[in-house]
Write a protein that binds this ligand. Sequence first.
Ligand code: SF4
Length: 358
Amino acid sequence: MDRFEVWTEMGMKEGQTPPAPTSEEGLSILADAPLDRVLDLAERARKHFFGNRVRAHILNNIKNGNCPEDCGYCAQRRTAEGIPQYTLKPAEEILEEARAAKKNGAYRYCLVTAGRGPSRRQIESFSKVIRQIKDELGLEVCLSAGILTDPESAKMLQEAGLDRYNHNLNTSEEHYGDICQSHTYGDRVGTLENLHGHGVHLCSGVIAGMGETDRDLVQVASELRRLNVVSIPVNFFLPVPGHAIENPRTFSEEQCLRILALFRLFNPSAEVRIAAGREYYLKTRQGDALKVANSLFISGYLNVKGSNAAETAQMIADAGFEMELSEGEAHGSMVASESNPDAFALKDISDLRPFARS
Ligand code: SF4
């Protein structure tokens, strides 16, 4: 049994913390370790912690555009043009979308806002709507609202029942200045530590393909492990209109599988999610990716559209997996919605606000 196998097996035993993989092992997962061996180990960890189940997440952009930040990968960055802009959606609109998400098989509902970080007033609004969604629908709720280093705000969200706070590391500390100058990697880590310190579970992931090296990806995988992150969205960079990433990378299906395996093997019990770029880069190997990852998004990502609930459910079933549905839902409840897996098609206002009252 080699070292990979030793710590993968240890990670599968209840209550045991496996030793941290080394950077060299991480680099080998990405480059020269035999692919079938890497995938076999990743699949064993995935099966141990999540069986045959796949969790579907649906994103709701509850506040869009007009962002003062300059994240180079984002179509909503401060110089972006042509992006629908609106302030925080009314609670009833958010609830209506949450009801539809539940019908579409969502296990978890992710509320996402554009902007540097929330005001206290916004935290109060989020807390109220989080309580309403949980009380009425029983969905797990995740909030992604930017930099949040104020302890009192973290406490309010925890008391409202927030299940997870999302704040992606995106890339390594060393590479961070190349993708964004309006805030720092340290701001991101500070936010995660604040929320974790107040008992909120962490969702934080990566965007691969932004000119980073393999060593940067390994550093992110290792840092997420150090921060006790329980949910890891793995995005593959899509050069959306208006982006400012220099030297974007492109990936083969095999490279995507290796990257997913890296995050799984560094974080065996985490919910590893195939996020943006799923349709574009993995193509017919999305089913193989589910042997490593145990969750995905349906009906699009932060800025771009994606395949709809019915298509995604079919892909999951064809690959031999089962959707893990929220309480009270049945597979038959999948409803059709417009599909657009074109990787570069930005969400328009009808995608973003299907229940807006004009
Ligand atoms: S990722 Fe968020 S904070 Fe950064 S530019 Fe986009 S909307 Fe703004």
